[in-house]
Write a protein that binds this ligand. Structure first.
Ligand code: CAA
Length: 380
Protein backbone atom coordinates (compact mmCIF):
# COMPACT_ATOMS: atom_id res chain seq x y z
CA UNK A 1 0.00 0.00 0.00
CA UNK A 2 1.28 3.43 -0.99
CA UNK A 3 -0.11 6.77 0.18
CA UNK A 4 2.23 8.80 -2.06
CA UNK A 5 0.99 10.31 -5.32
CA UNK A 6 3.12 9.14 -8.24
CA UNK A 7 5.38 11.50 -10.18
CA UNK A 8 2.77 12.35 -12.82
CA UNK A 9 0.12 13.12 -10.21
CA UNK A 10 2.50 15.31 -8.21
CA UNK A 11 3.28 17.21 -11.42
CA UNK A 12 -0.37 17.80 -12.33
CA UNK A 13 -1.22 18.69 -8.71
CA UNK A 14 1.57 21.24 -8.55
CA UNK A 15 0.53 22.74 -11.87
CA UNK A 16 -3.09 23.10 -10.66
CA UNK A 17 -1.91 24.42 -7.28
CA UNK A 18 0.30 27.03 -8.88
CA UNK A 19 -2.47 28.11 -11.28
CA UNK A 20 -5.01 28.33 -8.45
CA UNK A 21 -2.67 30.38 -6.27
CA UNK A 22 -1.71 32.82 -9.04
CA UNK A 23 -4.95 33.13 -11.00
CA UNK A 24 -7.90 31.93 -8.92
CA UNK A 25 -7.19 33.06 -5.35
CA UNK A 26 -6.90 36.73 -6.45
CA UNK A 27 -10.13 36.48 -8.49
CA UNK A 28 -12.34 34.39 -6.20
CA UNK A 29 -14.01 37.30 -4.39
CA UNK A 30 -14.45 39.16 -7.68
CA UNK A 31 -16.06 36.09 -9.28
CA UNK A 32 -18.43 35.90 -6.31
CA UNK A 33 -19.38 39.58 -6.44
CA UNK A 34 -19.77 39.90 -10.20
CA UNK A 35 -21.57 36.51 -10.30
CA UNK A 36 -19.49 35.23 -13.16
CA UNK A 37 -16.03 33.84 -13.84
CA UNK A 38 -13.62 36.16 -15.68
CA UNK A 39 -13.68 35.15 -19.38
CA UNK A 40 -9.87 34.90 -19.54
CA UNK A 41 -9.96 32.09 -16.95
CA UNK A 42 -11.70 29.84 -19.50
CA UNK A 43 -8.76 30.34 -21.89
CA UNK A 44 -6.22 29.65 -19.15
CA UNK A 45 -7.99 26.38 -18.30
CA UNK A 46 -7.82 25.44 -21.99
CA UNK A 47 -4.10 26.16 -22.14
CA UNK A 48 -3.52 23.92 -19.13
CA UNK A 49 -5.62 21.15 -20.68
CA UNK A 50 -7.98 21.06 -17.70
CA UNK A 51 -11.22 20.87 -19.69
CA UNK A 52 -10.13 17.55 -21.16
CA UNK A 53 -8.15 16.06 -18.32
CA UNK A 54 -9.85 12.65 -18.47
CA UNK A 55 -10.73 12.68 -22.19
CA UNK A 56 -8.63 10.00 -23.97
CA UNK A 57 -5.59 11.30 -25.88
CA UNK A 58 -6.96 10.01 -29.20
CA UNK A 59 -9.77 12.60 -28.84
CA UNK A 60 -7.45 15.44 -27.90
CA UNK A 61 -7.59 15.11 -24.11
CA UNK A 62 -4.89 14.47 -21.53
CA UNK A 63 -6.10 10.89 -20.97
CA UNK A 64 -5.56 11.11 -17.24
CA UNK A 65 -7.26 9.20 -14.42
CA UNK A 66 -10.20 10.02 -12.19
CA UNK A 67 -7.67 10.26 -9.37
CA UNK A 68 -5.83 12.99 -11.31
CA UNK A 69 -9.12 14.83 -11.79
CA UNK A 70 -9.86 14.62 -8.05
CA UNK A 71 -6.39 15.91 -7.18
CA UNK A 72 -6.76 18.83 -9.63
CA UNK A 73 -10.30 19.66 -8.46
CA UNK A 74 -9.16 19.92 -4.83
CA UNK A 75 -6.57 22.50 -5.89
CA UNK A 76 -8.91 24.53 -8.12
CA UNK A 77 -11.61 24.60 -5.46
CA UNK A 78 -9.16 25.66 -2.79
CA UNK A 79 -8.65 28.73 -4.99
CA UNK A 80 -12.18 29.37 -6.27
CA UNK A 81 -15.15 27.05 -5.81
CA UNK A 82 -17.11 28.69 -8.64
CA UNK A 83 -14.36 27.83 -11.12
CA UNK A 84 -13.97 24.42 -9.51
CA UNK A 85 -17.58 23.33 -10.02
CA UNK A 86 -17.57 24.63 -13.60
CA UNK A 87 -14.61 22.38 -14.43
CA UNK A 88 -15.99 19.47 -12.39
CA UNK A 89 -19.38 19.41 -14.15
CA UNK A 90 -17.79 19.74 -17.58
CA UNK A 91 -15.36 16.85 -17.01
CA UNK A 92 -17.40 14.48 -14.84
CA UNK A 93 -20.96 15.05 -16.01
CA UNK A 94 -20.40 15.48 -19.73
CA UNK A 95 -16.99 14.29 -20.96
CA UNK A 96 -17.12 11.16 -18.78
CA UNK A 97 -20.54 9.79 -19.87
CA UNK A 98 -19.70 10.31 -23.55
CA UNK A 99 -16.43 8.46 -22.98
CA UNK A 100 -18.18 5.65 -21.06
CA UNK A 101 -21.45 5.29 -23.00
CA UNK A 102 -20.92 7.00 -26.37
CA UNK A 103 -20.53 5.13 -29.65
CA UNK A 104 -17.49 5.82 -31.88
CA UNK A 105 -19.33 8.44 -33.92
CA UNK A 106 -20.46 10.33 -30.79
CA UNK A 107 -16.96 10.24 -29.30
CA UNK A 108 -15.44 11.55 -32.56
CA UNK A 109 -18.07 14.25 -32.80
CA UNK A 110 -18.18 15.60 -29.27
CA UNK A 111 -15.06 14.73 -27.28
CA UNK A 112 -12.44 16.81 -29.20
CA UNK A 113 -14.33 20.08 -28.72
CA UNK A 114 -15.04 19.26 -25.07
CA UNK A 115 -11.35 18.43 -24.51
CA UNK A 116 -10.17 21.87 -25.60
CA UNK A 117 -12.96 23.78 -23.87
CA UNK A 118 -14.19 25.11 -27.20
CA UNK A 119 -17.51 23.59 -26.15
CA UNK A 120 -18.52 23.58 -22.49
CA UNK A 121 -20.87 20.89 -21.22
CA UNK A 122 -23.95 20.90 -18.97
CA UNK A 123 -26.00 18.10 -17.37
CA UNK A 124 -29.79 18.38 -17.19
CA UNK A 125 -31.44 15.94 -14.79
CA UNK A 126 -33.30 17.94 -12.13
CA UNK A 127 -36.85 19.21 -12.66
CA UNK A 128 -39.39 20.96 -10.44
CA UNK A 129 -40.92 17.60 -9.45
CA UNK A 130 -37.73 15.52 -9.69
CA UNK A 131 -34.92 16.50 -7.34
CA UNK A 132 -33.79 13.72 -5.01
CA UNK A 133 -36.31 11.45 -6.78
CA UNK A 134 -34.59 11.73 -10.14
CA UNK A 135 -36.62 8.89 -11.70
CA UNK A 136 -39.77 11.04 -11.44
CA UNK A 137 -38.63 13.30 -14.28
CA UNK A 138 -41.26 14.24 -16.87
CA UNK A 139 -39.49 16.09 -19.72
CA UNK A 140 -40.94 14.25 -22.68
CA UNK A 141 -39.29 12.90 -25.82
CA UNK A 142 -41.82 11.81 -28.39
CA UNK A 143 -40.58 9.26 -30.95
CA UNK A 144 -41.01 10.80 -34.42
CA UNK A 145 -39.23 8.14 -36.46
CA UNK A 146 -35.79 9.53 -37.18
CA UNK A 147 -35.87 12.04 -34.30
CA UNK A 148 -37.30 12.80 -30.85
CA UNK A 149 -39.41 15.86 -30.13
CA UNK A 150 -38.42 17.13 -26.69
CA UNK A 151 -40.57 19.27 -24.38
CA UNK A 152 -40.05 20.19 -20.75
CA UNK A 153 -38.06 22.26 -18.29
CA UNK A 154 -34.83 21.46 -16.42
CA UNK A 155 -33.72 23.26 -13.27
CA UNK A 156 -30.42 24.15 -11.57
CA UNK A 157 -28.32 23.47 -14.66
CA UNK A 158 -24.67 24.30 -13.92
CA UNK A 159 -22.84 25.92 -16.90
CA UNK A 160 -26.12 26.39 -18.82
CA UNK A 161 -25.39 30.03 -19.69
CA UNK A 162 -22.37 29.23 -21.86
CA UNK A 163 -22.80 25.50 -22.57
CA UNK A 164 -22.53 24.32 -26.16
CA UNK A 165 -23.68 20.79 -25.34
CA UNK A 166 -26.38 19.59 -22.93
CA UNK A 167 -26.85 16.03 -21.70
CA UNK A 168 -30.61 15.96 -21.16
CA UNK A 169 -32.51 13.15 -19.45
CA UNK A 170 -35.96 12.65 -20.94
CA UNK A 171 -38.96 10.38 -20.57
CA UNK A 172 -39.24 7.97 -23.47
CA UNK A 173 -41.50 5.55 -21.59
CA UNK A 174 -44.57 6.07 -19.40
CA UNK A 175 -44.31 8.01 -16.09
CA UNK A 176 -45.16 4.79 -14.20
CA UNK A 177 -42.10 3.13 -15.82
CA UNK A 178 -40.04 5.43 -13.55
CA UNK A 179 -36.31 4.68 -14.04
CA UNK A 180 -37.05 2.14 -16.82
CA UNK A 181 -38.55 4.80 -19.13
CA UNK A 182 -35.74 7.36 -19.20
CA UNK A 183 -33.25 8.08 -22.02
CA UNK A 184 -30.21 10.35 -22.31
CA UNK A 185 -29.96 12.79 -25.22
CA UNK A 186 -27.06 14.98 -26.34
CA UNK A 187 -28.51 18.33 -27.40
CA UNK A 188 -26.35 21.12 -28.87
CA UNK A 189 -26.73 24.52 -27.21
CA UNK A 190 -27.88 26.13 -30.47
CA UNK A 191 -30.75 23.66 -31.04
CA UNK A 192 -33.93 25.51 -31.97
CA UNK A 193 -36.36 25.56 -29.03
CA UNK A 194 -33.67 25.21 -26.34
CA UNK A 195 -33.73 28.33 -24.19
CA UNK A 196 -31.53 29.11 -21.20
CA UNK A 197 -34.07 30.86 -18.99
CA UNK A 198 -33.88 32.03 -15.38
CA UNK A 199 -30.43 32.52 -13.88
CA UNK A 200 -30.49 31.62 -10.18
CA UNK A 201 -29.38 34.05 -7.45
CA UNK A 202 -27.47 31.73 -5.16
CA UNK A 203 -26.23 31.69 -1.55
CA UNK A 204 -22.74 30.59 -2.61
CA UNK A 205 -20.64 29.55 -5.64
CA UNK A 206 -22.07 32.73 -7.13
CA UNK A 207 -19.45 32.94 -9.84
CA UNK A 208 -20.72 29.71 -11.38
CA UNK A 209 -23.66 29.87 -13.77
CA UNK A 210 -26.81 28.03 -12.69
CA UNK A 211 -29.96 28.43 -14.78
CA UNK A 212 -33.13 26.73 -15.84
CA UNK A 213 -33.38 25.37 -19.38
CA UNK A 214 -36.65 25.35 -21.32
CA UNK A 215 -37.11 22.84 -24.13
CA UNK A 216 -39.94 23.57 -26.55
CA UNK A 217 -40.44 21.23 -29.52
CA UNK A 218 -36.70 20.60 -29.76
CA UNK A 219 -35.90 18.23 -32.62
CA UNK A 220 -33.17 15.78 -31.55
CA UNK A 221 -31.88 13.29 -34.16
CA UNK A 222 -31.85 9.66 -33.02
CA UNK A 223 -28.07 9.52 -33.44
CA UNK A 224 -27.85 11.84 -30.40
CA UNK A 225 -29.22 9.14 -28.09
CA UNK A 226 -26.49 8.26 -25.59
CA UNK A 227 -26.59 4.54 -24.70
CA UNK A 228 -29.78 2.59 -25.47
CA UNK A 229 -33.42 3.63 -25.47
CA UNK A 230 -34.72 3.68 -21.88
CA UNK A 231 -31.19 3.12 -20.54
CA UNK A 232 -30.78 6.76 -19.49
CA UNK A 233 -31.25 6.34 -15.74
CA UNK A 234 -28.22 4.07 -15.51
CA UNK A 235 -26.22 6.64 -17.48
CA UNK A 236 -27.40 9.34 -15.05
CA UNK A 237 -26.51 7.33 -11.95
CA UNK A 238 -23.15 6.04 -13.22
CA UNK A 239 -22.27 9.59 -14.24
CA UNK A 240 -23.19 10.89 -10.80
CA UNK A 241 -20.87 8.31 -9.20
CA UNK A 242 -18.03 10.17 -10.93
CA UNK A 243 -19.54 13.62 -10.38
CA UNK A 244 -19.86 12.99 -6.64
CA UNK A 245 -16.13 12.25 -6.41
CA UNK A 246 -15.59 15.66 -8.04
CA UNK A 247 -17.89 17.42 -5.56
CA UNK A 248 -16.22 15.58 -2.68
CA UNK A 249 -12.87 16.88 -3.97
CA UNK A 250 -14.42 20.34 -4.15
CA UNK A 251 -15.51 20.02 -0.53
CA UNK A 252 -11.97 19.08 0.53
CA UNK A 253 -10.60 22.06 -1.42
CA UNK A 254 -12.97 24.53 0.25
CA UNK A 255 -12.28 22.94 3.65
CA UNK A 256 -8.56 23.28 3.08
CA UNK A 257 -8.96 26.97 2.25
CA UNK A 258 -10.80 27.33 5.57
CA UNK A 259 -8.05 25.53 7.47
CA UNK A 260 -5.28 27.59 5.85
CA UNK A 261 -7.11 30.88 6.61
CA UNK A 262 -7.67 29.71 10.20
CA UNK A 263 -4.03 28.78 10.79
CA UNK A 264 -2.85 32.13 9.41
CA UNK A 265 -5.32 34.11 11.51
CA UNK A 266 -4.56 32.07 14.65
CA UNK A 267 -0.89 32.99 14.34
CA UNK A 268 -1.59 36.69 13.69
CA UNK A 269 -4.54 37.64 15.85
CA UNK A 270 -3.68 38.49 19.45
CA UNK A 271 -6.03 38.51 22.42
CA UNK A 272 -5.28 38.44 26.14
CA UNK A 273 -1.65 39.25 25.28
CA UNK A 274 -0.89 36.39 22.92
CA UNK A 275 -1.69 34.88 19.53
CA UNK A 276 -5.06 33.12 19.73
CA UNK A 277 -3.37 29.98 18.29
CA UNK A 278 -1.73 29.55 21.71
CA UNK A 279 -5.12 28.84 23.29
CA UNK A 280 -6.16 25.20 23.48
CA UNK A 281 -9.71 26.05 22.36
CA UNK A 282 -8.33 27.21 18.99
CA UNK A 283 -5.76 24.40 18.75
CA UNK A 284 -8.45 21.75 19.09
CA UNK A 285 -10.47 23.32 16.30
CA UNK A 286 -7.43 23.34 13.99
CA UNK A 287 -6.57 19.74 14.89
CA UNK A 288 -10.11 18.51 14.19
CA UNK A 289 -10.30 20.38 10.90
CA UNK A 290 -6.99 18.97 9.70
CA UNK A 291 -7.79 15.40 10.79
CA UNK A 292 -11.23 15.33 9.19
CA UNK A 293 -9.85 16.84 5.97
CA UNK A 294 -7.16 14.16 5.75
CA UNK A 295 -9.79 11.45 6.27
CA UNK A 296 -12.04 13.02 3.62
CA UNK A 297 -9.23 13.26 1.09
CA UNK A 298 -8.40 9.58 1.60
CA UNK A 299 -12.03 8.65 0.91
CA UNK A 300 -12.00 10.81 -2.23
CA UNK A 301 -8.80 9.18 -3.48
CA UNK A 302 -10.10 5.69 -2.71
CA UNK A 303 -13.34 6.35 -4.63
CA UNK A 304 -11.44 7.73 -7.65
CA UNK A 305 -8.97 4.84 -7.52
CA UNK A 306 -11.86 2.33 -7.43
CA UNK A 307 -13.44 3.97 -10.50
CA UNK A 308 -10.07 3.95 -12.27
CA UNK A 309 -9.87 0.18 -11.75
CA UNK A 310 -13.13 -0.16 -13.68
CA UNK A 311 -15.04 -1.27 -10.60
CA UNK A 312 -18.43 0.00 -9.42
CA UNK A 313 -17.67 2.82 -6.98
CA UNK A 314 -21.21 3.81 -5.97
CA UNK A 315 -20.83 3.36 -2.17
CA UNK A 316 -17.23 4.62 -2.21
CA UNK A 317 -18.29 7.81 -4.04
CA UNK A 318 -21.26 8.28 -1.70
CA UNK A 319 -19.05 7.88 1.39
CA UNK A 320 -16.49 10.32 0.02
CA UNK A 321 -19.16 12.93 -0.74
CA UNK A 322 -20.94 12.41 2.59
CA UNK A 323 -17.81 12.75 4.68
CA UNK A 324 -16.15 15.51 2.65
CA UNK A 325 -19.22 17.74 2.41
CA UNK A 326 -19.96 17.52 6.13
CA UNK A 327 -16.27 18.16 6.85
CA UNK A 328 -16.24 21.14 4.52
CA UNK A 329 -19.14 22.73 6.37
CA UNK A 330 -17.55 21.87 9.72
CA UNK A 331 -14.32 23.60 8.62
CA UNK A 332 -16.21 26.62 7.28
CA UNK A 333 -18.10 26.96 10.56
CA UNK A 334 -14.96 26.65 12.71
CA UNK A 335 -13.13 29.06 10.41
CA UNK A 336 -15.90 31.62 10.88
CA UNK A 337 -15.80 31.09 14.66
CA UNK A 338 -12.02 31.53 14.81
CA UNK A 339 -12.25 34.75 12.78
CA UNK A 340 -15.11 36.05 14.96
CA UNK A 341 -16.74 39.33 13.89
CA UNK A 342 -14.13 39.89 11.17
CA UNK A 343 -15.06 36.60 9.50
CA UNK A 344 -18.72 37.55 9.42
CA UNK A 345 -18.02 40.66 7.32
CA UNK A 346 -17.10 40.60 3.66
CA UNK A 347 -13.70 42.21 4.43
CA UNK A 348 -12.37 38.65 4.72
CA UNK A 349 -13.07 35.85 2.27
CA UNK A 350 -14.24 33.67 5.14
CA UNK A 351 -17.94 34.45 4.70
CA UNK A 352 -17.64 33.44 1.02
CA UNK A 353 -16.06 30.12 1.98
CA UNK A 354 -18.90 29.61 4.48
CA UNK A 355 -21.47 30.18 1.70
CA UNK A 356 -19.55 28.14 -0.89
CA UNK A 357 -19.19 25.09 1.38
CA UNK A 358 -22.95 24.81 1.92
CA UNK A 359 -23.81 23.59 -1.57
CA UNK A 360 -21.55 20.55 -1.29
CA UNK A 361 -24.13 18.97 1.02
CA UNK A 362 -26.90 19.65 -1.49
CA UNK A 363 -26.00 19.20 -5.16
CA UNK A 364 -25.20 15.98 -7.02
CA UNK A 365 -27.22 14.14 -4.39
CA UNK A 366 -27.97 15.63 -0.96
CA UNK A 367 -26.29 14.27 2.18
CA UNK A 368 -29.32 12.12 2.99
CA UNK A 369 -29.31 10.60 -0.50
CA UNK A 370 -25.66 9.61 0.05
CA UNK A 371 -26.70 7.95 3.33
CA UNK A 372 -29.54 6.16 1.52
CA UNK A 373 -27.10 4.84 -1.12
CA UNK A 374 -24.62 3.64 1.54
CA UNK A 375 -27.33 1.98 3.63
CA UNK A 376 -28.91 0.25 0.59
CA UNK A 377 -25.49 -1.18 -0.26
CA UNK A 378 -25.07 -2.47 3.31
CA UNK A 379 -28.51 -4.04 3.40
CA UNK A 380 -28.46 -5.53 -0.13
N1 CAA B 1 -24.80 3.06 -11.54
C1 CAA B 1 -25.48 2.30 -12.44
N2 CAA B 1 -26.78 1.95 -12.26
C2 CAA B 1 -27.39 2.37 -11.12
C3 CAA B 1 -26.73 3.15 -10.16
C4 CAA B 1 -25.38 3.50 -10.39
N3 CAA B 1 -24.70 4.22 -9.51
N4 CAA B 1 -27.60 3.43 -9.17
C5 CAA B 1 -28.76 2.83 -9.48
N5 CAA B 1 -28.64 2.20 -10.67
C6 CAA B 1 -29.64 1.38 -11.34
C7 CAA B 1 -30.14 0.29 -10.40
O1 CAA B 1 -29.33 -0.88 -10.47
C8 CAA B 1 -31.55 0.03 -10.92
O2 CAA B 1 -31.50 -0.78 -12.06
P1 CAA B 1 -32.10 -2.32 -12.05
O3 CAA B 1 -33.54 -2.17 -11.63
O4 CAA B 1 -31.91 -2.78 -13.44
O5 CAA B 1 -31.29 -3.04 -11.03
C9 CAA B 1 -31.99 1.40 -11.39
O6 CAA B 1 -30.80 2.17 -11.62
C10 CAA B 1 -32.86 2.12 -10.38
O7 CAA B 1 -32.13 2.25 -9.20
P2 CAA B 1 -32.84 2.59 -7.80
O8 CAA B 1 -33.96 1.61 -7.58
O9 CAA B 1 -31.79 2.68 -6.77
O10 CAA B 1 -33.52 3.99 -8.14
P3 CAA B 1 -34.29 5.03 -7.21
O11 CAA B 1 -35.40 5.62 -7.98
O12 CAA B 1 -34.61 4.41 -5.88
O13 CAA B 1 -33.22 6.24 -7.03
C11 CAA B 1 -31.47 7.47 -5.97
C12 CAA B 1 -32.03 6.11 -6.43
C13 CAA B 1 -30.08 7.11 -5.47
C14 CAA B 1 -32.28 8.10 -4.86
C15 CAA B 1 -31.38 8.44 -7.17
O14 CAA B 1 -32.65 8.91 -7.58
C16 CAA B 1 -30.50 9.64 -6.87
O15 CAA B 1 -29.27 9.56 -6.98
N6 CAA B 1 -31.09 10.81 -6.50
C17 CAA B 1 -30.36 12.05 -6.36
C18 CAA B 1 -30.34 12.79 -7.68
C19 CAA B 1 -29.14 13.71 -7.82
O16 CAA B 1 -28.05 13.42 -7.35
N7 CAA B 1 -29.34 14.81 -8.51
C20 CAA B 1 -28.29 15.74 -8.78
C21 CAA B 1 -28.47 16.38 -10.12
S1 CAA B 1 -27.05 17.08 -10.88
C22 CAA B 1 -26.74 18.50 -10.03
O17 CAA B 1 -26.68 18.49 -8.85
C23 CAA B 1 -26.58 19.79 -10.71
C24 CAA B 1 -25.23 20.15 -11.16
O18 CAA B 1 -25.09 20.50 -12.32
C25 CAA B 1 -24.06 20.19 -10.25
Amino acid sequence: MDFELDEELVMVRDMARDFAEKELVPRATKHDRQEKIDPEVFGMLSELGLWGLTVPEEYGGAGMSNLALAVVLEELNRGCASTGVTVSVHNSLLGAPIKRFGNDEQKQRFLPELATGETIGAYCLTEAGAGSDAAALRTSAEDKGDHFLVNGEKLFVTNADFAGLFLVYVRTGKPEDKDKGISALLIPGDAEGLKVATKEKKCGIRGSATSSVELTNVVVPKENLLSGLNQGFKVAMDTLDGGRIGIAAQAVGIGRACLEASVKYSNEREQFGRAIGRFQAIQWKLADMSTRLDASRMLVHRAAWTRDRGEVCTPEAAKAKLMASITSNFCADECMQIHGGAGYTDDFHVERLFRDARITEIYEGATDIQRLIIARDLLA
